[in-house]
Design a protein around this ligand. Structure first.
Ligand code: NAD
Length: 484
């Protein structure tokens, strides 16, 4: 447990119990409604990043396994799922949503153990939002003609879906729920470091009694994702992950004629005007960058502060950072959990070194860190310039880069001066300024006087190197339909 410092109240440890979870020693693949063995023999350990202890063995799928999963999805698509009455499809999806709610405690604990995020977040954000996505899209299953009037919405076929490790169950829900609602079948590959909740979701899908092959879940590293996405018999590709991998996927698909959506990286600007409610804005900034260890594609990693309130804002952020508790993710007092992997921690640490070498001023709190596991202190860089790599490149960790501005025109120019375009935040008490900013900022999602708010009815997606296509809302349905 963390030792208290002057800034930390000595709270008693409040560990979530692990007793309610059932963790298999080893997991197979979920194909055609069954857990099966791989055609190969390779397995690897998924570990708890908070203590580096082994949790379970996960299967590395072979190309033959991928093919088997795609064939199961094709068969189910043609014989059952696409032919089923839409209201029936909706019932199955509602069932999944309810089962997620019923098993939410187990899912939250698994998410925290496997991914490193604080239990408060997996319990209060990831799992409820995942259930909400299934509820939301279940409701649309029999109303597609109303969603797209005067069109003839038809499913696309088999969807190949590859997701990252930052919101494992939630990303699976974002992908599976709309695909099923529209009459498509699915082969999904979770990230290699966070497969446990996807495998638990496979059990839920079994319990919901979906037709065999409607959803297939295969595990493994990047090459497994690659062979899934490049499989000749998939009709739709949905990828969420890094811009680097997204670009390689886009290149590989260039002449395939397949439908695709890519949800990629980000470098969001959070902008505080002098007329903003400063305390609220500071809380939003802290939430925007330190939530989920900064492992958020839309993390507000660049902060722009109007010069006249700069000193005040920086002092308040420091005060707030000083109170954050970094440590055991299963402890309900924890604000910042473990970095998901050793590899990701090394990347973040490199950027922190780089920021200092680039001449920016580093601030980190005096907070004790556990002895084992992967940890990063909440970090703030001031005196950052537009050309610094820490303000241009996605770090995907709890690292904030602060700059100042004097005019609206200046901050719009600075905020848009990025190759990404996923999200942004604006803090001001002037409605007109909000409208002006939202119409000029080039970002798919812009929050005003709040940050990191998600709702299944609201589309999410980016511009530029943050990808294309939208997930959530009606836009998320359209991505899985042919509209004639
Ligand atoms: P990543 O691109 O390394 O991996 C994502 C997934 O792709 C994993 O399942 C991985 O196994 C698989 N993969 C790796 N190489 C592949 C290949 N060549 N072909 C097919 N699949 C491959 O990304 P990551 O490190 O897991 O996730 C972090 C990234 O995801 C960040 O850049 C973040 O911004 C982005 N992200 C974006 C959104 C969004 O909605 N825009 C949401 C969450 C995360």
């Amino acid at each position: 447990m963390n030792q208290p410092t002057d800034n930390h109240w000595p709270l008693t440890e409040a560990l979530e119990s692990r007793e309610s979870i059932r963790l298999a020693k080893s997991y197979g693949l979920f194909v055609n409604g069954q857990f099966i063995r791989s055609s190969g023999s390779k397995k690897y350990w998924t570990i708890n990043p908070a203590n580096e202890k082994r949790l379970s063995r996960i299967t590395e799928s072979t190309p033959k396994d991928v093919d088997r999963a795609v064939r199961a999805a094709r068969n189910c698509y043609e014989k059952h799922w696409s032919r089923m009455k839409p209201s029936e499809r909706g019932k199955y999806i509602y069932r999944i949503a309810r089962l997620i709610q019923e098993q939410s405690r187990e899912l939250a604990i698994l998410e925290t153990l496997d991914g490193g995020k604080p239990i408060r977040e997996s319990r209060d954000i990831d799992i409820p939002l995942a259930a909400a996505h299934f509820f939301y899209y279940a409701g649309w299953a029999d109303k597609l003609k109303y969603a797209f009037p005067n069109r003839n919405p038809r499913p696309l076929g088999v969807a190949a879906q590859v997701i990252p490790w930052n919101f494992p169950l939630l990303m699976a829900a974002w992908k599976i729920a709309p695909a099923l609602a529209c009459g498509n079948t699915v082969v999904l590959k979770p990230a290699e470091t966070t497969s446990l909740t996807a495998l638990k979701l496979a059990e839920i899908i079994q319990q919901a009694d979906l037709p065999a092959g409607a959803v297939n879940i295969i595990t493994g590293h990047g090459p497994v994702g690659q062979s899934l996405i490049q499989h000749p018999d998939v009709d739709k590709i949905a990828f969420t992950g890094s811009t680097h991998v997204g670009k390689s996927i886009q290149t590989a698909l260039a002449t395939s004629g397949k439908r695709s959506t890519l949800e990629l990286g980000g470098k969001a600007a959070n902008i505080i005007f002098a007329d903003a409610p400063i305390d609220q804005a500071v809380e939003g900034v802290v939430n925007g960058i330190y939530f989920n260890q900064g492992h958020v594609c839309c993390a507000g990693s660049r902060l722009f502060v109007e010069e006249s309130v700069y000193d005040q804002v920086i002092e308040k952020i420091k005060d707030r950072i000083d109170t954050l508790r970094v440590g055991e993710p299963l402890d309900k007092n924890t604000d910042i959990g473990a970095i998901n992997s050793k590899k990701q921690l090394a990347i973040i640490d490199q950027y922190i070194e780089l920021g200092t070498a680039e001449g920016a001023h580093l601030y980190q709190p005096d907070c004790p860190l556990p002895d084992s596991g992967f940890w990063c202190l909440p970090t703030m860089f001031t005196d950052v310039s537009q050309s610094n790599r820490i303000s241009r490149e996605e770090i995907f960790g709890p690292v904030l880069a602060v700059q100042t501005f004097r005019t609206v025109a200046e901050v719009i120019k600075k905020a848009n001066n990025t190759r990404y375009g996923l999200s942004a935040g604006v803090w001001t008490n002037k409605g007109s300024k909000i409208f002006n900013m939202t119409s000029q900022l080039k970002a798919g999602v812009i929050w005003a006087n709040t940050y990191n708010q998600f709702d299944p009815a609201s589309p999410f997606g980016g511009y530029k190197e943050s990808g294309f296509g939208r997930e959530g809302g009606l836009h998320g349905l359209a991505a899985y339909l042919a509209l004639k």
